[in-house]
Design a protein around this ligand. Structure first.
Ligand SMILES: [Zn+2]
Ligand SMILES: [Zn+2]
Length: 380
């Protein structure tokens, strides 16, 4: 309340009771005996959900329950009070389940929203420092959140524990309209998919980012199918992309079922689909993927793992379903998969791979491949 010379003044504002609504006011500091004033503005928001609160969006009605946690970063009290946080998260959840096979298998999932209150609104960068709950900020390699806070908050969801985090997908909605989705992956299966609310044109919009980052990488453990370089992956010397060693390491964890370094139709992971009448008209061997034009193979002309279109290739759908069934504690059968499988011809059939726009887009260097973070995440 007082002091001489340089001192620090701490202003503490008491919580409002719930339902009190919005209020703002100023605290005016007057220098003793001088006609000098300085002011600080105080705003208080009343919000339904406070920091750390959990909302159960749905509970699994099939299987043991596969956990998804959606959280927002860089949303401040005003954003939460005005419903922006919940709207953003609900929009993302809608997109996650708007594409097959998630649409058909939705009942297998427990879906949670955990609230995180950021001091500032919007994603900061090196020039504009903004404080955020989960540490998200643009750095050289893309948006980088603080993994420990993310995992700590995800574990607030009722069925999510440190032991189960490796089977839980965390999707972090970033409060920015800029593109720049990125997924952080750990060897044990843990993952954080960062999805900005991109306002770029289709298919690089918010929906595209959620489906590619969260549905494709984060949960499906699928690899990127887009192409940056005209090189053979074995001999490419680029410094921006992972190559054969990283590819094989991911394969050894059971990831990247949608990609292959062999073009032999009997050895690719989708060999059984090439010769199955249900898929043979669409599934084949196409060269190009995992950032490189040569000596990497994919199974269909285009898919969400290339340029975010709302369509996962058949092998991608199968890989996702296998993982859902495994996490749900049920056994997988190819025949059952085929019976339930929905081929959305409106997205698969007539939308051919727009090669040049994808190359153009890649040239702008906005698509980020997943980042491997080591065996296991760190916990506080
Ligand atoms: Zn390369
Ligand atoms: Zn990707």
């Amino acid at each position: 309340m007082s002091g001489t010379g340089k001192v620090e003044v701490t202003v503490t504002v008491a919580d409002q009771p719930k339902g009190a609504g919005y209020r703002e006011g100023e605290v005016v500091f007057l220098l003793n005996g001088k006609d000098y004033r300085t002011r600080t503005k105080v705003e208080q928001y009343d919000y339904q959900y406070g920091d750390g609160e959990v909302l159960t969006v749905q509970t699994a009605t099939k299987g043991a329950g596969v956990d998804l946690v959606f959280m927002g970063d860089c949303f401040d009290a005003k954003d939460i009070a005005e419903g922006k946080y919940l709207d953003a998260v609900n929009e993302a959840i809608g997109y996650f389940f708007a594409v097959e096979p998630y649409k058909t298998y939705r009942d297998y999932f427990n879906v949670y929203t955990v609230f995180g209150l950021s001091p500032d609104s919007g994603v900061g960068d090196v020039n504009t420092i903004r404080e955020s709950k989960f540490g998200s900020a643009y750095v050289l390699g893309g948006i980088a959140p603080d993994e420990q806070v993310c995992f700590e908050y995800a574990c607030k969801a009722p069925t999510v524990t440190e032991d189960r985090i490796n089977r839980t997908l965390i999707t972090l909605i970033e409060n920015t309209a800029d593109y720049g989705g990125i997924t952080y992956m750990w060897g044990d299966g843990s993952a954080i998919s960062c999805c900005p609310m991109s306002e770029d044109v289709y298919p690089y919009d918010f929906r595209g980012l959620v489906q590619h980052e969260a549905g494709g990488h984060g949960f499906g453990k699928l690899g990127d199918e887009y192409i940056y370089h005209n090189e053979f992956i074995q001999t490419c010397s680029c410094l921006c992309c992972p190559h054969v060693d990283e590819f094989n390491a991911s394969k050894s964890r059971g990831w990247y079922e949608n990609l292959s370094l062999t073009g032999n139709m009997y050895d690719v992971p989708w060999s059984h689909l090439i010769f199955d009448p249900q898929y043979s008209n669409l599934v084949d061997i196409y060269e190009g993927g995992y950032m490189h034009m040569r000596s990497v193979f994919r199974s269909e002309p285009n898919s969400c793992m290339n340029n975010n279109i709302p369509y996962f290739s058949a092998i991608s759908r199968e890989a996702i379903v296998k993982r859902i069934k495994e996490y749900a504690g049920e056994s997988y059968s190819f025949e059952e998969f085929k019976t339930l499988d929905v081929l959305d011809a409106s997205t698969a059939g007539d939308e051919t791979r727009s090669f040049f726009s994808a190359l153009e887009f890649a040239a702008s260097n906005k698509q980020q491949h997943p980042v491997y973070m080591g065996d296991k995440p760190k916990f506080n």
